[in-house]
Design a protein around this ligand. Structure first.
Ligand SMILES: CC(=O)N[C@H]1[C@@H](OP(=O)(O)OP(=O)(O)OC[C@H]2O[C@@H](n3ccc(=O)[nH]c3=O)[C@H](O)[C@@H]2O)O[C@H](CO)[C@@H](O)[C@@H]1O
Ligand SMILES: C=C(OP(=O)(O)O)C(=O)O
Length: 449
């Protein structure tokens, strides 16, 4: 167990490099299962817990996976099992993405019901509707789902009731080896869908229209491994942009692709932040005070739900009242209670949160309720008076590479400490007091500096 300790008040400045996108690399690793010949080489694969988890899922299915310095190789020529074990699938929702590749390649798969961040009920009906339309028979067991097909899947026209990222990816992968053409209507348009389509096409698939609402996949007989570089993580980039803004800082976010961050950049500009788009990244220059804005989360190209909690942290210290409306997930305001522990004034009414600006945030002991909530609490900690202790770090490790080191490299006072579960609370308090006193001296050099 560990905790992040953040002491607020420092202005962030400097250069921070964005890692490869978690939400791209996970479906891409799952898609590697389609490669009956050759080996896939996936570059810029971030060293995240989620990446390790999906690698374990692939290994449990018989693939050989190596991971070295952000390069993953997958040899999936031999598939030994079509059942993804509960042990790994429960940890992460994206493990369900092996269903499409396994079903289309082998005609059978059994997967435990997926876990992941508790931000809503997160049904998988659209994935299953797609597989059924392609001729698969679906059986729901206790805690698992089985899908089988007689011979190859058949291409079909599938209209998604919601533009689900995961369903678009799963169906797109299943369609690559189906007989005939599949058309996905109301498909998700996220950059990660385009990245996956590019990878599949590198493997020999025929996917057209990714990034638009209609994707056409002409099935082929066989796919092979290929080389691919994962796109930069737009959510990590957005998180650093907001961290810079909350401190009134000047930060160059290297690798950030402005085209992927349209609504985040627009909202920051509306608030009074200067955003300079450069060839290899985005510079954020903020002078306090910032203006309040209203934000509504939507599927891409709308404002991303994965940036909602970080934006809430920024709006807490801006001038005026803001309304944040969450339309993608029905239970993604769990961080509100944690912000309240830091003296924030937020009222939740249905799907909207009314955020009172100019909060005098004060450091507190808080807990990350999900991955992005964890990042948001750290951002709030950067702006708060005193010291904030963020527990629940396992959520943060799912999606952020070296977050403390990267923020520390920009000048933040942030430290990660190990918590010994056997320690009494008094002993733990003593350790914390020492860390807080020694923090300036302890500040670590980032490994890439
Ligand atoms: C690993 C990954 O890429 N995760 C991202 C992905 O999650 P994920 O792919 O799970 O998200 P979806 O796009 O599928 O979910 C969007 C909405 O559709 C609903 N839905 C989804 C599938 C389905 O069969 N039926 C259904 O009703 C969900 O409950 C949710 O309300 O997109 C989300 C929305 O941008 C992001 O927050 C997650 O970070
Ligand atoms: C919700 C997220 O991830 P997942 O879909 O893997 O739970 C996220 O990345 O914010």
């Amino acid at each position: 167990m560990s905790k992040f300790i953040v002491r607020g008040g420092n202005v962030l400045a400097g250069n921070v490099k964005v890692s490869g996108a978690k939400n791209s690399v996970l479906p891409i690793i799952a898609a590697s299962l389609l490669g009956e010949e050759g080996i896939s080489v996936i570059r810029d694969a971030p060293p995240l817990d989620d990446v390790m988890t999906i690698n374990k899922v692939l290994e449990s299915l018989g693939a050989t996976v190596t991971y070295d310095r952000e390069v993953i190789t997958v040899n999936a020529q031999h598939i030994a099992s079509c059942e993804a074990p509960y042990e790994w699938v429960r940890k992460m929702r994206a493990s369900f993405l092996v269903m499409g590749p396994l079903l289309t390649r082998t005609g059978f798969t059994r997967i435990s019901l997926p876990g992941g961040c508790a931000i809503g009920t997160r049904p998988i009906d659209q994935h299953l509707k797609g597989f059924e339309a392609m001729g698969a028979e679906i059986n729901l067991g206790q805690g698992f789902i089985e899908a089988k097909s007689q011979g190859r899947l058949r291409g079909a026209k599938i209209y998604l009731d919601v533009a689900s990222v995961g369903a678009t990816e799963n169906i797109m992968m299943a369609a690559t080896l189906a007989e005939g053409t599949t058309v996905i209507e109301n498909a998700a348009k996220e950059p990660e869908i385009v990245d996956l389509a590019n990878y599949l096409n590198g493997m020999g698939a025929k996917v057209r229209g990714a990034g638009t609402g209609v994707i056409r996949i002409e099935g082929v007989e066989k796919l092979h491994g290929c080389e691919h570089t994962v796109i930069p993580d737009r959510i990590e980039a957005g998180t650093f942009m907001i961290a810079a803004a909350v401190t009134g800082g000047n930060v160059f976010v290297e690798g950030a692709i402005a085209d992927h961050l349209g609504p985040v950049i627009s909202k920051l500009e509306e608030m009074g932040v200067t955003v300079e788009i450069q060839e290899n990244g985005v510079r954020v220059i903020a002078c306090k005070p910032l203006k309040a804005v209203d934000v509504k989360t939507l599927p891409y190209p709308g404002f991303p739900t994965d940036m909602q909690s970080q934006m809430m942290a920024l709006l807490l210290v801006s001038q005026g009242t803001s309304v944040i409306t969450e339309t993608v997930f029905e239970n993604r305001f769990m961080h509100v209670d944690q912000f309240r522990l830091m003296n924030a004034e937020i009222k939740v009414e249905g799907r909207s949160a009314i955020v009172t600006g100019e909060s005098k945030l004060s450091g507190a002991k808080v807990c990350a309720t999900d991955l992005r909530a964890g990042a948001a609490l750290i951002i709030a900690g950067l702006a708060a008076d005193g010291t904030t202790e963020v527990s629940g770090t396992h959520h943060i490790d799912r999606g952020y590479v070296h977050l403390a080191e990267k923020l520390s490299g920009l000048g933040a006072d942030i430290w990660r400490i190990a918590i010994d579960e056997k320690q009494t609370s008094q002993e733990a308090e003593k350790v914390l007091v020492t860390v807080k006193e020694e923090m300036p001296a302890l500040k670590i050099q980032p490994s890439w500096a």
